[in-house]
Design a protein around this ligand. Sequence first.
Ligand SMILES: NC(=O)c1ccc[n+]([C@@H]2O[C@H](COP(=O)([O-])OP(=O)(O)OC[C@H]3O[C@@H](n4cnc5c(N)ncnc54)[C@H](OP(=O)(O)O)[C@@H]3O)[C@@H](O)[C@H]2O)c1
Length: 286
Amino acid sequence: MNVTMLGLGPMGQAMVRAYLAAGHEVTVWNRTASRADGLAAEGAKRAATVSEALAANELVLLSLTDYQAMYDILAPAEDALRGKIVVNLSSDTPERTRVAAEWLAARGAEMIAGGIMVPAPVVGTAGSFVFYSGAQPAFERIEPALRVIGRPDYRGADPGLAQLYYQSLLDMFLTTLSAFLHSAALAGTAGVSAATLVPYATELLTLVQTSLDEAARNVDSGSHPGDQANARMMGATADHVLAASRDAGIDVALPAAVKEHYDRAVAAGRGRDSWTSLFEVVRSKA
Ligand SMILES: NC(=O)c1ccc[n+]([C@@H]2O[C@H](COP(=O)([O-])OP(=O)(O)OC[C@H]3O[C@@H](n4cnc5c(N)ncnc54)[C@H](OP(=O)(O)O)[C@@H]3O)[C@@H](O)[C@H]2O)c1
């Protein structure tokens, strides 16, 4: 299938190049028209308007900052939406994704939501994969074309599911990256370089990795049998990390949030349960 791409940020550009390399015809449009210059020179067809870009192909990919940008772009051209399959690869909340699917359905288009799980330079390579959700027949029709940008991982008919997987994993990714920077700031107060920490941090991440299966077993069963790493002991450690950060005069928002989770678990009588019992407090509002 030939494709239309609306949105030519780093991600949109990477996808267009992957399609061109795979021999697809690609029609492109971007709010800031100059961003299409390089792609046009490489063989993409430049549409003068959104309506013209929509008319060019049944399969329309969106790569925008958020879902509001979708309305900004498509609402003025809504007459051209009928019969299109719109794959929205922009990031946003599952709820806004569901609302967008209804908005498109009311205009005669089907929406497949996508969450791209790799950075732009990896798009189109063997390591690339993308979560999708939405109506299965529409997904199956376009799946061969979607393979060009990465391995498609279809999660179900609820359009919000792709974003739910995407945001859940980004939740962990962003928190882990911030945690490393916080560690580097703490160690840095004594002149320890971030590079010195990296080999230790790498070993620690392996330990985290090996803890995930056990954590998932406890979370999924709702049972958190106490072991050596119980909530009370881990909470005391969280308190030491917080105190060390305070003493060092660095930001304490992240360790304070972690300690607060342990405090709530202990207050709920889970001190002798496994640290995984934090899940039971995290899954409800504070
Ligand atoms: N970059 C990555 O490595 C990566 C990885 C995974 C997922 N993602 C997701 O992929 C999506 C695209 O990311 P990106 O890195 O390419 O850059 P981005 O800055 O998030 O998206 C830029 C694109 O959105 C357009 N845009 C934003 N607001 C608009 C509006 N109101 N009306 C019209 N166009 C609008 C921009 O147009 P202009 O050029 O005119 O500003 C540009 O084409 C994002 O949702 C991002 O979270 C990105």
